[in-house]
Design a protein around this ligand. Sequence first.
Ligand code: F6P
Ligand code: E4P
Length: 898
Amino acid sequence: MTDSTTQVAANGRLAALIELGTSVWLDELGRELLERGELERLIAEDGLRGVTSNPAIFERAILAGSSYDQQIAELAASGLDAEAILEELVISDVRAACDRLRPVYEALGGADGFVSLEVSPHLARDTEGTLRQARDFWRRVARPNLMIKIPGTEEGLAAIEQATYEGINVNVTLLFSVAAYERVAEAYIRGMERRLREGLSLDVRSVASFFVSRVDTEVDRRLAASGREDLRGRAAVANARAAYRSFLRIFRGERFAALRAAGCPVQRPLWASTGVKDPAYPETFYVAALAGPDTVSTMPLKTLRACERELEVSGPTVEIDPSPDLTALAEAGIDLEEVAALLLEEGIDKFVRPFEQTLAGVARKAARALARDRAAAVALDRRARVAAADWLERGRSERLVERLLERDASAVGDPSWPELADRLGWVDAPARSLAELPRLRELAARLTAPGIDDVVLLGMGGSSLGAAALVTLGARDAASQQRRFHVLDSTHPRAVAALAATIEPQRTLLICASKSGTTLETISHLRFFAERIGDPGRIVAITDPGTPLAEQARRDGFAAIVAGDPEVGGRYSVLTVFGLVPALLAGVDPEPELKSAESVREALLADPTAALALGAAVGALAADRRYRLLLPIDEPTRVFTMWLEQLLAESSGKQGRGILPVPVVAADGRELAPRDAVRCLHAASEGARFPSAPEGTYDSPLPTVAVAGQGLGGAFFLWETATAVACRVLEVNPFDQPNVQEAKEATKSALAQGSRAPSEESEAALRLLRSTRPPSYVAFQAFLPPSPQLDRAGDELCAAVMRATGCAATFGYGPRYLHSTGQLHKGGPPEGVFVQLLDDDPYDLAIPGADYGFRALIEAQAAGDRAALEARGRPVVSLRLTGDPAAALAALAREITV
Ligand SMILES: O=P(O)(O)OC[C@H]1O[C@](O)(CO)[C@@H](O)[C@@H]1O
Ligand SMILES: O=C[C@H](O)[C@H](O)COP(=O)(O)O
């Protein structure tokens, strides 16, 4: 034993503190701290005798920087899920810290030198779960100077007693009230008494972590509100001193006499949360006020450094009588027990949040690391892995993915189902499209040769969403930077007019994309813009062979007719001419995306795990009623999410089952994650174009899937495959859309009768929304002109609803959603609550050759979908907005919040 560990401290200020009986611990841990040698320095210079950690501490350590990335990569490669990886990271650090403090521990005969590791904050109310994890951590860390942190909740008490009895050192955390502290001391004593009775060693150590600064934060806030600021900064210290009085009474008194006589150590009070939160207080405020025998003060590095510089203690401050302060506070109306109850609830939450954040971050890092050499990869957390386990095994033994990619329809359903065996063309689309690319490039060059400034794509659902994603996220070639790309999938007269006003008809190329060649919106748009453009030589049709559109194109002499593959359905068509031709015309060469898709296909044939795990997890969770899949969005990846939304919802949402994609703005996710959701994270590996969104921040313990890869095309292909797998799990046909027709029929009859959706007041919508509770979900259907402002207003409205109701909320434009989530609204889980957002704008545009205009069309579409939903007994309110729609949505969001 060297002097540095037995001596008090080289630093005189800390030496004085230690001399008074306060042991100095560090409330911080992490790889950098360990690797920098900082811990050794603190042991040597400051007399450090312990370390505490918590989920927030590990969040800061693991997510900042890259010091854990190598270990995450290795653990992910060995097949561990994100939660298991996180446990390993934390255990490695705790073990290393235990080893650094081991000499202190030995020198002090096991009385000090501990490192604390907290059980999962999700277990704070679960006695059995806490005990299981305490034993598991104790066994895996395998160091005598480990302490397991267990929350001092009602449920924690039995676990504390039992763990103590089993010889596990316990650090009781989250103590805010004197009464709770006393119960915890009792639990420790009972555990030790059982050991004494059974003749077991009494060399089991425990501390009771009493939180300090958080009490002042809450009480000072209340005092400010009641004008009693004269009492600021007194509550936390008085409360802790009162707990110390209880300590003295219990451990120096009769209650502990027998154990004391048998040589049992006391359970020391540990002052936690010693870092000041109010900058008006000196950094050393709490440490200085709570010095005294048999105590521990655990300090963040910042507080410890401040103590090195300026701590002044000359006597045992912890023994000062707190009664005058407590009386004054009580007279000022401060109920410390009530404050403590609130802080306990908040405290559990304050650890759940960083725990969830860390887990999500680890999942992303794991997926990214795996994708470095695997084209695409998926990482699951434990809950997602447990859900997926059966199908992972079954999928492997059945060769589900391999058979699917070999075009064996029986891999995903009954081959006799209509639209199954004849819709598998997408599985080898990347290779076929690569072969076709030179011809398509030539075509694009010819079509744009006349000098084209604007390329307009008319198409609904799968006939435009994939192309939009390719154009927005693919690599643009410099020469065509000047060519602007527009997608029209709205029938709102203002949206049609706005596009018409933007383009110069003589320098515009029109693409009309429709597999069926009959889609009402697309055909109406074509009629309108064909007339504007005037020259069929600047119109391209992309459609399957023999459709009415192909016929018209031939008849009218369009510049080109590009034939789609009838064996590929609309939402699976992005890597066919439906994605490629608009991309080429807009100046994006899709070759890298086709190659990355092909490499994902190859990789899946060699090892199907990524698609199998993703499909099995989201499918099995949805089958178990966890069907809301949170997809964090930001710009510009929102457009990829729109593509994915159609793929998932229209493929899976039928027969009362399905997956509801819930795009959420990452920064908002924190408060709004519905508890019955699954979170999905996307992460690009370095330098890749794989869609990547900032991580969502979520409160709730959500099963997590993280997806990473090399390129956008790979992301398309991976999700297409995984969606088919998920549909197999849900036992639905991934390739049909049986309920879309219902709204189409109802639209037709609304058009014939000239009917429109009713005009209901916002009160009706608010009533409906306020009465909505999980497991419902809310879908806003906005028959309004799309715009970035409205996108954001929609995001905020959904956030407000999720916050107010706890239900998932989505926002989609009509008629776009009719070709996407509309299938799931009608055919999926019967739990949707629908709010149609309409305006009362008299503005209209005629549709050439039709006896109705765009206004009548969009009104009929809203009325038609409303009728289809009502026929299924779903609640719908059709709300007419006046004035600026974004402002109206913001007002609605505010009203929901109050
Ligand atoms: O390409 P089409 O035939 O115009 O269809 C457009 C969209 O309409 C649907 O058929 C039904 O909503 C989608 O699946 C498809 O992507
Ligand atoms: O280890 C102890 C606690 O987790 C920690 O001190 C809490 O401190 P805080 O209130 O600063 O978050």
